[in-house]
Design a protein around this ligand. Structure first.
Ligand code: M7G
Length: 181
């Protein structure tokens, strides 16, 4: 028997831009939707790992029906907790950390019964890998729980910070982080 997840999840992929005429919407595509633990492992084991996908690509795992974009109404009032892993520091374990993030999101251990988390993203960039958790709103108390758990999931040391930034630029001064843990 399959072990059902509490929610259905869609994996998305952003491929790198190869010419300037391609915009964000041309590059971002859903890959597959699943709803059980067994399907998750089948997919995870058949796709390239985070350290194998090209520079400027992203994986996104979001609840079914939520596009991994600021504009989606489920994201518009929320923001993201992020940590950046500079490649010069090694990060040979980035695949493990990304997997820990995926499991915490689909298993919903990143939060209590709050329904605050919409998804998780990894951005593969030249200087760094960046992992972010996207939230539904900016409720300070719920955010704090998610941020603290993210630090543990990503096995960060005290001095390695996670930063929360709201998607709505009018609620922040520029792109400055609003909360740092
Ligand atoms: P990024 O991947 O967050 O950061 O955004 P990066 O600078 O490290 O690559 C890169 C670019 O992708 C942005 O400047 C936008 O043009 C586009 N982009 C990223 N996101 C998450 C969105 C989004 O949610 N909506 C739209 N419209 N564009 C996005």
């Amino acid at each position: 028997a399959k072990h059902p997840l509490n929610n259905r999840w869609t994996l998305w992929y952003t491929k790198p831009q190869t010419n300037k005429s391609e915009n964000w919407h041309d590059l971002l595509k859903p890959v597959i939707t699943f709803s059980s633990v067994e399907e998750f492992w089948g997919i995870y084991n058949s796709i390239p790992s985070a350290n194998q996908i090209p520079l400027k690509s992203d994986y996104h795992l979001f609840k079914e029906g939520i596009r991994p974009e600021w504009e989606d109404e489920a994201n518009a009032k929320g923001g993201k907790w992020q940590h950046s892993f500079p490649k010069k520091e090694g990060n040979s374990n980035i695949n493990d950390l990304w997997l820990r993030g995926l499991l915490a999101v689909i298993g919903e251990t990143i939060e209590d019964d709050e329904d605050e988390v919409n998804g998780i993203v990894i951005n593969v960039r030249k200087p760094a890998y960046r992992i972010g958790i996207w939230t539904k709103d900016c409720d300070a108390k719920k955010l704090r729980t998610v941020g603290e758990r993210l630090k543990k999931i990503l096995q960060l040391k005290d001095e390695q910070k996670v930063e929360f930034t709201s998607h709505d630029p009018s609620s922040t001064r520029g792109s400055e982080a609003q909360i740092v843990l």
